[in-house]
Write a protein that binds this ligand. Structure first.
Ligand code: SF4
Ligand code: SF4
Length: 94
């Protein structure tokens, strides 16, 4: 098979439309941050692949659950021995 014979896959026909696709719908686990433990080191902010850990004046103020896909990287990368972010099962409405 040549490259030209490979069937065409997905095509983004509307550039700049990624905000319409709320990747939070993929999630089974949700990150929960313990603000008492969190030192605001921002490691989780650096590693989040969706950019959904929101800052204000250098401190975490929110996690945008519309786009958080529940990958758990933030919890994995939190450097505290007793993690300040933990992934918990999400309750979904039927
Ligand atoms: S679970 Fe993944 S997508 Fe959600 S905030 Fe953590 S790193 Fe970002
Ligand atoms: S990595 Fe952990 S301690 Fe650092 S900002 Fe994120 S939750 Fe807080």
């Amino acid at each position: 098979m040549t490259v030209k014979e490979i069937p065409e896959g997905s095509v983004i026909d509307t550039p700049g439309s990624s905000l319409e696709y709320k990747t939070g719908g993929w999630r089974n686990l949700v990150p929960v941050r313990n603000i008492e433990k969190c030192t605001n080191c921002l490691i989780c902010w650096v590693y989040c692949p969706e950019g959904c850990i929101k800052l204000k004046e250098g401190k975490i103020v929110d996690i945008d659950l519309d786009y958080c896909k529940g990958c758990g990287i933030c919890a994995e990368e939190c450097p505290l021995a007793d993690k300040a972010i933990k992934m918990v099962e999400e309750k979904k409405e039927d």
